[in-house]
Design a protein around this ligand. Sequence first.
Ligand code: VG1
Ligand code: CO
Length: 545
Amino acid sequence: MITVPTTPFNDQKPGTSGLRKKTRVFMQPHYVENFVQSVFDSVREDSEKGFENETLVVGGDGRYYNRAATQTILRMAAANGIGRVLVGRDCLLSTPAVSAVIRRRGAMGGLVLSASHNPGGIDADFGIKYNVRNGGPAPEGITGRIYESSLKITRYLTIEHDDLDLSIEGSQQLGNTEIVVIDSLVDYTAVCEELFDFKVLAELFKSGFRMQFDAMSAVTGPYARHILEERLGAAPGTVINGEPLEDFGGHHPDPNLVHAAELVAHLNATDAPDFGAACDGDGDRNLIIGRNFFVTPGDSLAVIAEHAQKCIPGYAKGLAGAARSMPTSTAVDRVAKELGVACFETPTGWKFFGNLMDAGLCTICGEESFGTGSNHVREKDGVWAVLCWLSILAVTRKSVSEVVHDHWKRFGRSYYQRHDYEHLELAAATQMFEALRGKLSTLNGMSLGGSEVDKADDFSYTDPVDSSVSVHQGLRILLQDGSRIVCRLSGTGTEGATLRLYVERYLNDGGDSDIDEVLTPLVTAGRELLDLKRWIGREEPTIVT
Ligand code: VG1
Ligand code: CO
């Protein structure tokens, strides 16, 4: 074992989902080591059994630097006396698969190497996230401790050893630590099989149903090929961009209408398949589309909650509750109400759902950012969402568009959009945001976007399970007609700042109004409230989802 002296970096504070930086930042000497040692130092005290009796899971989305960082982590795990490390073959594990492995193998936690939907490459982004014993992202208490540790670090522990061959499954020794290279697909597939009726889904494909799945040259390629094509009998070629590449083919592995353009074009073509889906870099996000039809993440969550009990065996007993992040549309709230269960509103980021699920308060949850999931793991899960939709389509024998239209007829529709303003100068964005925060208390009663302000606040959340409080989780302006304008600064970017402006208006109109017409008054009001022109010199967003 070698003790390497080091000095702190002052920027290792995990954001919405782990530590994300430019790849070159991670490539600086000691950078990965400092962060990983800070994780080990912070969680050592939580281990009653002692590290030597614990298992750690390591895997990532295959982006540039994934392999090098994995080797560094393995040497450090050995030096820190961790008993066993399970690592995905070729260092690959999707985020939901890491969660599944942690839970099924009783691991103390896992390190996920990914910057999710951010582009990959030496000049793009990298990230590391620590997940805890329940399989979910470390809650704020722990990420806070990791950050504190990183500010005080003076040394890290490693051993001298050549890189291991991680391309073949099996066990090898690294110092006193057992390193087990595992099949990346097995645990995850087993979890899916427990929830879904593979026979019913296979019959759907047998009946001539066609789909296209875009893995965006990221980690879900092998998972989707195995489950959809090999297990469920979808036609070969159903999965496109199925090879995980270090730079995701130069694209953003972000499953939305802009970045999944190839898939969208297929679904809008004359010979379009019945169903289209895509997942992000690390496999936790999903895009769901039908022929010429986009399902918003908020509607997708609501539709899955509506149909889960009837269409998916894993939820045959019904839902214990639902949850969504604050900016996510309220569509799922109406379903929960109809089902007679609670719906929780949490801050942005999956780590807030973990306690609710562990306490049995919620079964299905989601975010507007193309994330949906359930208590089968403790991460959002892209392939799971696809299997949910396949199950709904198999049982109802309706098209994607019909399923959503039926939902709107029954529950009404939350017209919803998120406008992102990317690449902002950090200081200007922060000042703009603070200026709006300062104004919130004066907005009550003001007429805005065709209604009146009912309540304007800076969202704060008290966890119903452990009573921990998270403040400053986004500004929200609630109008009397139920519409909302929400805004927050992104916590996953690696450069400058990104402002997110979310607008929602609920109408019980069958769902066929023009979305731009419905939402424009709210968008305009939001832009004026933020005084965008003054602070950032433009009003048009970089991307609308
Ligand atoms: C974004 C999304 C948030 C999501 C997070 C991580 O965070 O808005 O809903 O949980 O990304 O997703 P932010 O702070 O940039 O708005 V992933 O797929 O990057 O792990
Ligand atoms: Co992701």
